[in-house]
Write a protein that binds this ligand. Structure first.
Ligand SMILES: Cc1cc2nc3c(=O)[nH]c(=O)nc-3n(C[C@H](O)[C@H](O)[C@H](O)COP(=O)(O)OP(=O)(O)OC[C@H]3O[C@@H](n4cnc5c(N)ncnc54)[C@H](O)[C@@H]3O)c2cc1C
Length: 406
């Protein structure tokens, strides 16, 4: 008899979503985090600086789990169009939800509100148990399960341990699973700004020689910016007086939304790419940033983590319904195969895009400009990209998706 069928370390977007999907299916699950999860934002509370573009497929899955509607409307904004263009060539491309007959492509969501909503829904389900704040000390694989010791001396047993503990993943390190790093040598400066012209529910990104600059639409009419650039430049921009920063930002964005008005709190985040050599070990599975960290230029990191969570939850649920052990090797290997075939091409495409757009080689700049324009004019290719932007190419989000089986 174990304390929980599944024990998840890390109660961020990935871990909380996985716990919710399992608890929603009646699976006994424990969720552990060293930090207490945030409460739902109060009405009128200032929007946190960290937001994510959550695509339509992931949002649909969260709706089915009953978490989406708990996100306060002020903390989520739909976008129906994506515009991308290159500052150093003629390349530009636009994706519209109308091209695939969808009402929207995704939502820009405050990370804190998303995590809070997942926990609010989770707290309504009897088979979920939250341990936070709590730290683990060590764990051992035993016959039929895993025994995890907490820093306060308590012990928990489970049949499957999941690391959803972020890019640094102490659990992955303890399991001896190596990771390959892609040093982008970039930081992202993030903040919310007012703009002279309305954002029109459109997510925009301009590729500058130093990295991409994104303007993401917020519910209150402002835009959230993610400005990826060299670490020194990010620090310089963060230290500028607000009016000078606004001028530089407007110029860097080609004044696409007119002059920049009020500038909110600025934060600088170091960026790196990382891919774990394995997603699984004996009675262990990795999910979300613990398994793969991607550059924010495609707005996909959290979406990939939600896909991992959806896939793993379906596999565990189906195994238990069939009377099988959810920590079996073949089930975990099937999870790894399925998710790596989904995640890896995305991870590699993002690294390739980042290199292509930061190259100084003139022939490549001409090529990428021509490439963007060619895709913009080729309806079938555009349809393919728009479908991917919505996450509709990720089978993990298909309702009642068949679980992985060995
Ligand atoms: C600037 C920026 C913009 C981004 N924009 C987008 C976007 O538009 N769309 C998108 O999809 N993605 C985006 N991402 C990526 C996205 O933010 C991440 O992929 C996502 O937040 C990862 O969630 P996670 O739950 O896997 O990990 P984390 O959010 O890192 O959560 C890990 C959790 O584990 C806990 N933890 C860690 N160690 C321990 C321990 N030892 N014991 C107990 N608990 C522990 C932590 O407290 C934390 O709660 C962006 C990232 C950046 C940097």
């Amino acid at each position: 008899m174990t304390d929980a069928e599944v024990l998840i370390v890390g109660a961020g977007i990935t871990g909380a979503a996985l716990a919710l999907a399992l608890a929603d299916a009646g699976v006994p699950v424990a969720l552990l985090d060293r930090a207490t999860p945030p409460p739902l934002p109060r009405a009128g509370q200032a929007l946190d600086v960290r937001v994510s573009a959550i695509h339509a497929a992931a949002a649909g899955w969260l709706m089915r789990l009953g978490a989406w509607d708990l996100i306060p409307p002020a903390c989520r904004a739909p976008f129906g169009r994506i515009e991308v263009w290159d500052a150093s060539s003629v390349g530009r491309i636009g994706f519209d939800s109308a091209d695939i007959g969808a009402p929207w492509l995704g939502h820009i969501v405050e990370n804190r509100a998303l995590v809070a909503a997942l926990h609010a829904r989770l707290s309504q389900l009897p088979s979920a148990r939250l341990l936070a704040p709590a730290e683990w000390d060590d764990w051992q694989v035993e016959a039929g399960g895993v025994r995890l010791r907490l820093a306060d001396g308590r012990q928990l047993t489970t049949r499957l341990l999941v690391g959803a503990d972020g890019g640094a993943s102490p659990l992955r390190l303890r399991a001896g699973i190596a990771a390959i790093d892609e040093p982008f040598r970039q930081c992202a400066l993030v903040c919310h700004v007012a703009t002279e012209r309305p954002h029109g529910d459109t997510a925009r990104q301009r590729f500058l020689p130093t990295g991409p600059l994104a303007f993401l639409p917020l519910a209150d009419g402002r835009s959230s910016i993610v400005w990826s650039t060299t670490p020194a430049e990010a620090q310089r921009l963060a230290a500028l007086p607000a009016d000078e920063f606004a001028r530089e930002l407007g110029a860097a964005f080609g004044e696409r939304l007119g002059a920049i008005g009020a500038v909110g709190e600025r934060a600088v985040i170091a960026l790196c790419g990382r891919e774990a050599a394995r997603y699984v070990g004996p009675r262990l599975a990795l999910a979300g940033d613990a398994a793969h960290v991607v550059h924010p230029l495609a707005g996909l990191g959290a979406n990939l983590g939600l896909g991992d969570a959806a896939q793993l939850a379906a596999a565990v649920r189906d195994a238990l319904r069939a009377g099988r052990d959810p920590g079996q090797d073949h089930l975990l290997r099937a999870y790894e195969r399925t998710r790596r075939s989904q995640d890896l091409p995305v991870v590699r495409a993002i690294v390739g895009l980042h290199r292509l757009f930061t190259t100084k080689a003139p022939p490549l700049r001409v090529l990428r400009g021509a490439g963007l324009r060619a895709v913009d004019f080729a309806a079938p290719l555009k349809h393919l990209f728009t479908t991917a932007a919505c996450g509709l190419d990720d089978p993990a989000f298909v309702p009642q998706s068949a679980a992985t089986s060995g």
